[in-house]
Design a protein around this ligand. Structure first.
Ligand SMILES: Nc1ncnc2c1ncn2[C@@H]1O[C@H](COP(=O)(O)OP(=O)(O)O)[C@@H](O)[C@H]1O
Ligand SMILES: O=C(OP(=O)(O)O)[C@H](O)COP(=O)(O)O
Length: 399
């Protein structure tokens, strides 16, 4: 069944449970360090409020046990500033207090309920039918008329607030979800040549994407960079030195060397490897070509160098479509930001460009880059969608 959107929803006077993803980096004092994910949902929330909805917002922040696992008070304050409609905060998610806060909403008002992951069931994965019986869903359903899911960045999670409501309430995709599905679900019709850039540190996901798009003949080029590029270099027999080898071992990425080598055997004509690497030597950035490897013992390969940037930029600029995930190096450190900045600039000049990932978006903001056709709000969800996998939250909406 096709997914229903806000165009199919009669909003006026209804009470809506709206799941968004505002999981954000926090400062040491618990303030929002970045509000990009909140900004992304402004259109959906404004539209629902403008159309006379009473909006109960559901969201998570962090994971149990992590430093950024926190309440949503700061998020509510910021949403209240961003929207021209009042957004209050309720420090409960589905208790009597929470249900009262929802029931007391007037048309054009929103309440942000507390971090869904404060409740243990929300951090478990369930089939939709079972998620529909969890306490969160069971207790909120009586005060809601319909459910809107706009949380694309969490759509690969089969958690109650993401998959449990649509079996008990009419379910709709919000505008963020709709646009992500439109763009990422229709890669096959984008112009060629089509280039995938797999950078960053999600090694297993990136290898899965590369394998999938090469096998399905969707990719004319796969450019490897970042930690993913380093793994491919080792898989190709290059000696990137002890520091990078230790890092790859410590992070558990060595398990994927064989998969990378297998891909290189089959698709060497379409997979591109870094031609050089930047390391830190005596406090300076030093670039080594592959012939000059290995770096010294304590020198990690932290960025791609000029030779790679030149070769990759040419492919990127000439591409009909670029689909890019992950930075080319440790862009947070200015010494190793060059590869990411230059490659992203070239990618933005392709005919059609799609970028995804939390750190990727942070890099785009850091370098103040524009010109991308679609900046996905998702990292893991975006990669999952690019491999052609079904996302549980979307499946739940289409039942
Ligand atoms: N050569 C490298 N060595 C170590 N870390 C790297 C390297 N290149 C990129 N990274 C790191 O990868 C992280 C981002 O990867 P990832 O989370 O996969 O991106 P995204 O969030 O965009 O999907 C950044 O913290 C960056 O510093
Ligand atoms: O930040 C998120 O995903 P991302 O790290 O893939 O961008 C989403 O909020 C999902 O969070 P989760 O990976 O803790 O389930």
């Amino acid at each position: 069944m096709p997914i229903q959107t806000l165009d199919d929803l009669a909003v006026q006077g209804t009470t809506l449970g709206v799941r968004i993803d505002i999981n954000s980096p926090l400062t040491d004092s618990g303030e929002l360090a970045d509000d990009a994910r909140l900004l992304a949902h402004v259109d959906t929330l404004s539209e629902l409020l403008e159309r006379g909805g009473k909006v109960a917002i559901l969201a998570h922040q962090g994971r149990p046990g992590s430093d950024d696992f926190a309440g949503l008070g700061a998020h509510a304050e910021r949403l209240d500033e961003l929207l021209s409609f009042p957004v209050s905060y309720c420090d409960a998610t589905f208790s009597a207090d929470a249900r009262r806060a929802v029931s007391n909403l007037n048309e054009g008002e929103a309440v942000l309920l507390e971090n869904t992951r404060f409740y243990s069931e929300e951090y478990m994965e369930f089939p939709a039918e079972q998620a529909a019986q969890t306490h969160l869903v069971d207790r909120l359903v009586p005060v809601l008329d319909a459910y809107v899911n706009d949380a694309f960045a969490a759509a690969h999670r089969s958690q109650p607030s993401l998959v449990g409501f649509p079996t008990r309430l009419p379910g709709y995709a919000g505008r963020v979800m709709e646009r992500e599905v439109d763009v990422l679900g229709d890669i096959e019709s984008t112009p060629r040549p089509r280039t995938y850039v797999v950078g960053g540190a999600k090694v297993s996901d990136s290898i899965a994407v590369a394998k999938n798009v090469l096998e399905r003949d969707l990719a004319d080029h796969v450019l490897t960079a970042g930690v993913v590029g380093n793994v491919f270099l080792f898989a190709d027999g290059a000696d990137l030195g002890d520091a990078s080898a230790d890092f790859i071992h410590d992070e558990g990425y060595w398990d994927y060397i064989d998969d990378a080598a297998e891909l290189l055997d089959t698709y060497s004509d379409r997979i591109h490897l870094p031609k050089d690497a930047a390391v830190e030597r005596d406090g300076e950035r030093v670039e080594l070509t592959r012939e000059e490897f290995p770096p010294n013992e304590d020198e990690g390969a932290m960025d791609v160098g000029d030779a790679t940037i030149t070769a990759y930029s040419e492919i990127l600029r000439d591409s009909g479509t670029v689909i890019l995930n992950g930075p080319a190096g440790v862009f947070e450190d200015d010494t190793f930001a060059t590869g990411t900045r230059e490659m992203y600039t070239a990618a933005a000049n392709a005919e059609f460009s799609i970028v995804g990932g939390g750190d990727t978006a942070a890099a785009i903001r850091k370098f103040d880059l524009g010109g991308f056709d679609h900046v996905s709000t998702g990292g893991g969800a975006c990669l999952r969608m690019l491999t052609g996998d079904e996302l549980p939250a979307l499946q739940a909406l289409s039942q």
